[in-house]
Design a protein around this ligand. Structure first.
Ligand SMILES: Cc1cc2nc3c(=O)[nH]c(=O)nc-3n(C[C@H](O)[C@H](O)[C@H](O)COP(=O)(O)OP(=O)(O)OC[C@H]3O[C@@H](n4cnc5c(N)ncnc54)[C@H](O)[C@@H]3O)c2cc1C
Length: 365
């Protein structure tokens, strides 16, 4: 039986959209080369439209809508699977040095922000570095433990929902004829797969498969720290919220692990952690939060953000009638997973174009 939708990719966009389509009744097949190389296994998991300092416009609106979907979306994953999704509405503190520019002022009721300094800042977060002059507090920003929890919950949910998922299957070519996809060719003994509709969601690798979606990799290195065995708790630790600095973010997980991110490098798909990358993360993290100097290094890793020329995602239709696109989410793809799934399912199943879709169409690039 030819499925209603065939999805190319094994990251958050592919899995979140597969689940949404399946829950609305479509039959769905996912072809994924390697789920472990997905950016979801690298990202820090901040849900941070305000701390990111996004200017008012379609991208901020898309991000705010997705942030608002997160509590219900993760609760749905949890009730489908019985697994913890790792969602934590902990708020984000953006500490400022003397030369830190202020974030844009947003006149929206769902975007509260408070400037803290002195005693008020000390109460919110003790132990910040001596150069910190104050901090913006964004109580509605949040985080999710994407690496250890969210992807597992999502993978379990799509299997339970009845999505057909072929792992270690790489799409080599998208065959087209008269403005339509006719089939995709794979490395699975050169097997051909067909569907009524196709969705390309191959993250940073998308541009290599389809020229009209020019998405390229932007590498990021991260690491995790944990308190030393038997160490006395330091002032201000454990952290109760994310710290979003100028060149560093510090993301505490509920079990005490601290994620530090991330470098931003144009080095194509070059793997590995470098001395310079790790040095940058540690120097900036200790400047912001000196207590981290005594922590142990737990792990280092890296990943590839899917980037477009204007740093905005590509969503919805493509030049081919039966191919849709969900890629290029760059630094905000964890945040944007629920809204992407919703908008793409509306588009693919009902031909319903969300009012924001024109801002993210492929032909702007
Ligand atoms: C260092 C770093 C930090 C980040 N921090 C955050 C953050 O704090 N908050 C946030 O919101 N976002 C963050 N992001 C961004 C976010 O992780 C990404 O935007 C998002 O995960 C992209 O999801 P995706 O599904 O488009 O791509 P990916 O997750 O990269 O998935 C692509 C998938 O496609 C598969 N694939 C590729 N080519 C083929 C093929 N030919 N055939 C079959 N399968 C194929 C791959 O194997 C992979 O599984 C971060 C990213 C990085 C790298």
């Amino acid at each position: 039986m030819v499925p209603d939708v065939l999805i190319i990719g094994g990251g958050l966009m592919a899995l979140a959209t597969a689940l949404e389509l399946r829950l609305r009744g479509a039959s769905v097949t996912v072809l994924s080369r390697d789920r472990r190389e997905a950016a979801a296994y690298a990202a820090a998991g901040m849900l941070a439209p305000q701390a990111e300092g996004l200017e008012p416009g379609p991208m901020l609106e898309l991000c705010l809508r997705s942030r608002a979907l997160y509590p219900d979306w993760t609760a749905k994953l949890e009730s489908l699977t019985g697994l913890d999704s790792g969602y934590w509405p902990c708020g984000i503190l953006r500490p400022a040095f003397a030369d830190t520019p202020p974030p844009p002022e947003l006149q929206q009721s769902d975007c509260p922000v408070e400037w803290l300094e002195g005693e008020a800042l000390e109460q919110r977060q003790a132990g910040l570095g001596a150069e910190v002059v104050g901090a913006w507090w964004f109580p509605n920003d949040a985080q999710v433990d994407n690496r250890r929890q969210l992807v597992s919950a999502l993978a379990a949910a799509i299997e339970q929902a009845g999505v057909t998922w072929h792992e270690e299957v790489e799409v080599l070519k998208i065959h087209q004829c008269q403005g339509e996809v006719t089939a995709v060719e794979t490395n699975d003994q050169a097997k051909i797969y067909q569907a009524k509709h196709y969705l390309l969601a191959a993250g940073a690798w998308t541009g290599g498969l389809f020229d009209a979606a020019p998405v390229t990799p932007r590498k990021g290195q991260l690491m995790a720290l944990r308190p030393g065995v038997g160490a006395e708790p330091e002032v201000g630790m454990p952290l109760g919220q994310v710290l979003f600095g100028d060149r560093i973010y510090i993301v505490p997980r509920r079990d005490g692990l601290i994620v530090l991110g991330a470098t931003s490098e144009h080095v194509a798909f070059q793997p590995g952690n470098t001395a310079a990358g790790v040095h940058q993360l540690l120097t900036e993290a200790i400047r912001l939060c000196p207590a981290l100097a005594s922590y142990e290094i737990a792990e280092t890793w890296w990943g590839f953000r899917p980037e477009t020329a204007d740093e905005l995602p590509i969503l919805g239709p493509s030049p081919l009638a039966n191919l849709s696109l969900a890629s290029g989410h760059y630094r905000n793809g964890v945040l944007l997973a629920p809204i992407t799934a919703q908008i793409l399912a509306d588009w693919i199943l009902e031909g319903k174009a969300d009012p924001l879709l024109p801002a993210f169409q492929w032909d702007r690039l």
